[in-house]
Design a protein around this ligand. Sequence first.
Ligand code: NAD
Length: 416
Amino acid sequence: MSENLNPFTIAQAQLDEAAAVLQLDPDMHAFLREPMREYHFTIPVKMDDGHTRTFRGFRVQYNDACGPAKGGVRFHPDETIDTVRALAAWMTWKTAVADVPLGGGKGGVICNPRELSQGELERLSRGYMRVIARNIGPTRDVPAPDVNTNPQIMAWMLDEYETIVGRHEPGVITGKPLILGGSAGRSPATALGGLFTVREAAKLLGIELRGATCAIQGYGNVGSFAHKLAEEMFGVKVVAVSDEFGGVYNADGLSAAAMFDQMRRAGRVPGFADAEPISNSDLLELPVDVLIPAAIEHQLTGQNAANIKARIVAELANGPTTPEADAIMYDKGIYIIPDFLCNSGGVTVSYFEMVQNSYQFYWDETMVHKRLDEKMTIAFHAVARMAESKGVNTRVAAYLVAVNRVAEAVRMRGWV
Ligand code: NAD
């Protein structure tokens, strides 16, 4: 039978498993299984040819017991409310495991940004903010960039919000351009945060990272920074990388600088000189110390999990592993750093951005990354300790840490 890959069903099933281990009160469990609030709306946009096109948008505030909801806005033709719900749930667990005083949210618009002119994209971004402005804010819900949205779109949304409320309010949105109150060190934050957790996992497993081998699937913001930083900061030998067009492999290691040059010239990984081609599926099955899925969801499945040979799988992508693959890989003794722990460096630095906005005083990149290291290291060990003490795998352990924290906040507020 094929696996049920509805993302919200998966998110709920993962919570159910954690709730069973925690023997969570059934009333609390029922409350945490559903989003607290969701907004479904239309966004009318004047198109360049003079007609008005109506887009559908969503914002889900899954849970804000620990602080304002936090999560990106995606622009995607296949966006669904269940995807947004699932991602908002994962943001709730992510901010909780990262131990930042925020809740979880997510937004989306059904659209294909590649078919929009810059002017149409700006009007859509401002339209999204116009509809949702009354329901968000620095102390309520703070959006950020996500799939197909970027600092420019955040700048338009910020400007629209500030026009509506009539004052500067940089903390309403993160991932802003630096000139408008963005944080230094945000671009590499997700990859760097993940590598701090890889460093800690390697220590636990007695793996020497210097010279260890690594394969990275996905060469966008996260994958390319993971390559550069793994090589520069940790002396890791990255032997294979890929993107949607295919991959390359060299047992002696691929230079990040040369690969960045390739991306600048060709805009894609295949064609890189001094390496053999490798398919995405073969890359995942390489006998490396560290495998980093940094592309899209559902890459490690019931079909290929038995062939995965990496010792550590660091899930920088969201949802790269299906539940069936999870069970197989844990059985094989693979150390998985689950996505909402591994890639929480991005939201941690977004939280730093909000902190800096609130006191209008900005840190340099060294300070941002030092504080990121502290937060990621603490978060990793909270999960590792939980896995050890409860005898559960690291994904369940991450849920236990996160659900415990959110449930405590809900209980202290007297909601359940
Ligand atoms: P991106 O769009 O910059 O890059 C995605 C990369 O994946 C591209 O190189 C693309 O070619 C590649 N790709 C797409 N489909 C593929 C396929 N079928 N096989 C192999 N490669 C494929 O995105 P990003 O910001 O680097 O994000 C990557 C992952 O990390 C996503 O799952 C995202 O949700 C997650 N993530 C990103 C951040 C962040 O701060 N950017 C934070 C948390 C999680």
